[in-house]
Design a protein around this ligand. Sequence first.
Ligand code: ATP
Ligand code: MG
Length: 509
Amino acid sequence: MMFPVEMFAHYGSAIGWLMVLRMMLQHYLPSQLRDLVDRYIQKWWMSLFDPHVQISFPQFAGQRMKSSEAYMAIQNYLTKNVSSVARRLKADSVKDSRSLVLSMDDHEEITDEYEGVKVRWFLNKEDATKTSSASLYGATEPSRFYRLTFHRKHRELIMQSYVRHVLTEGKAIESMHRQRKLYSNGDDRFYSRWSHVVFEHPATFETLAMDPDKKREIMNDLTKFTQGKDYYAKIGKAWKRGYLLYGPPGTGKSTMVAAMANFLNYDVYDLELTAVKDNSELRRLLIETSSKSIIVIEDIDCSLDLTGQRRKDGASGSGSGGEDKSPLKKLTHKEESSSSSQVTLSGLLNFIDGIWSSCGGERLIVFTTNHLDKLDPALIRRGRMDKHIEMSYCSYEAFKVLAINYLNIDDHPLYETIGLLFNKTNMTPADVAENLMPKSDDEDVEACLSNLIQALEAAKEEAAKKKAEEEAQAKAEKERQEKRSKWWRKGGVWAGSLLKKSRSTTQRE
Ligand SMILES: Nc1ncnc2c1ncn2[C@@H]1O[C@H](COP(=O)(O)OP(=O)(O)OP(=O)(O)O)[C@@H](O)[C@H]1O
Ligand SMILES: [Mg+2]
């Protein structure tokens, strides 16, 4: 321990040296370097007298590739105590906008106490233009960091005990108040990035109209997946699973994705491929997704040309992997769009099961499509899209689920007629649902069921008409072909006799 006199002598000599050093710098160094050294000296000078230690917790980890879990936990921990202490707060509405979550505003400081020791938390914002990491994002988005300040004599307590306490409590708060989010990748000027809203889709497996056995099978599959962490580790496979939902429009593919998310309590990342510039951007978006999430690419056959017609012109994208490197051209209705995506099939395949796809874990990747036959077989092979689920036209069993949802009935004398009609007609659950929905207070259960019967009969007639037309067309085509072949036969005979005639004339001559 130093006595005051010794301490004074110690600091005195340090100050003396510092003055001499500064004077020398003033004379011999160029002005820019002088400023830099000056700043360092000032810092060192301050630290000589400041007994505090500071720890920063940045918002992003690893060159902004991923949100830092520590940052999120600290945010949750502080949010819990903040409203009574901080003077400047940020408000976010939660569930149905019924309540508010208040968190620290930028540049705000609050004090916390742990085992009698006071610490300070400060939320700061980095200057986006000065941080090198920000350049990855086009230098527009500033990142934040929390700074924890405490007296150096409590270093051990804070570092070994308090920080752990904050992180544990923060994570517990997060799982308690977890609000599921629906993310989408917007097309920013420079890059595509995730933005989110609260996920509030009401669809559940209970309200989903489909074959009950099939539904149970899917639910069992999902449950097995969520419990499969050790199993996936044992078999050496990344903890993720691919689902391909295919079927005509209005058969409940998007509704199924929402039901899955609600069943598993997962976030949803709705990936718009056409807004992704290239393969490396696709990879970055993947890395930014959290675990316990569903990444969905809707109407995959419409986003990019994944028809399996791989181009052989040798142009390559940035994705690695040996299957195909050709840029995928965008589909016709997006052709005029100014932003052309360079995402390749190879990039997409790597996105699904390349090395990067394993980071985060516990993720579902779901594709939906109306045209299964248009997709490249490599894209939907087992192992990538592990489970193929056909969403088909409404069956009688599925109708009964919709009747419970929309009319709150599980039986009715008209069910028999409806059952017979469902055997002979193809109608999507979306159309059935629309007919079952009462359009005014005057429409009762009977009226809605009668509407449905009318619609089913109309659809039946329409289908019969279409079938008759197709048959007539096929018949006409057959007749045309027969006529043509007859004509060719006749022509052949005529040509043959002509040839014969000309040969006999030549022989006579
Ligand atoms: N199987 C179903 N169970 C319950 N509701 C359904 C089902 N299918 C369709 N619906 C109803 O029809 C609407 C449209 O369904 P959805 O958007 O899920 O169809 P989709 O298969 O994704 O169609 P698209 O191929 O055009 O994207 C939904 O809002 C839902 O109310
Ligand atoms: Mg859909």
